[in-house]
Design a protein around this ligand. Structure first.
Ligand SMILES: [Zn+2]
Length: 66
């Protein structure tokens, strides 16, 4: 199955390995939104990663239903 996350700017990352999808999205955020990332708090990072966890979980559910 394929996991995907989408940045607020519309950039989408897809892949079979969820950890790699997360890493690619952080790489995108650091390259394209460096100022924003620099000013983020630990709570904000945590919130984003929790949102991704929820998204990945719903993608797994959708995959299992097919
Ligand atoms: Zn972006």
């Amino acid at each position: 199955m394929e996991y995907s996350v989408t940045c607020n700017c519309g950039h989408e990352v897809k892949g079979e390995e969820r950890r790699k999808v997360e890493a690619e999205m952080w790489r995108h955020a650091i390259q394209d939104h460096a100022e924003m990332v620099k000013n983020m708090s630990a709570e904000q990072f945590t919130k984003i990663m929790r949102e991704w966890d929820e998204k990945f979980a719903s993608q797994e559910e959708e995959y299992l239903e097919e």
